[in-house]
Design a protein. Structure first.
Length: 90
């Protein structure tokens, strides 16, 4: 599968969630009942979580690329394979 084929379904879900968040924001501006406002805020939070998960899940499947300069730096400094370096290793 190409990166586009992997990413497209997740992007579609995220775009729908963004539209829903906009609608919730519109409703929150009109809402005077605190209980309803709390429910809307929870819905907004859940949708933001869905968007976050969509993009995090795609990161596991999309190929990672690095610059030739970064690869060369790791080789010169004998840091090992650049794809094996993790956030806390630096």
């Amino acid at each position: 599968m190409t990166p586009k084929e992997i990413f497209s379904p997740f992007a579609k879900v995220a775009l729908v969630a963004v539209k829903e968040i906009k609608e919730i924001e519109r409703k929150l501006k009109r809402e005077t009942d605190k209980r309803n406002a709390a429910i809307l805020k929870k819905q907004r939070s859940a949708l933001k979580h869905i968007i976050d998960r969509c993009f995090r899940l795609t990161a596991d499947f999309l190929p990672v690329s690095v610059s030739k300069v970064a690869q060369e730096y790791c080789r010169k400094e004998e840091l090992g394979d650049i794809f094996g370096i993790r956030w806390g290793d630096c």
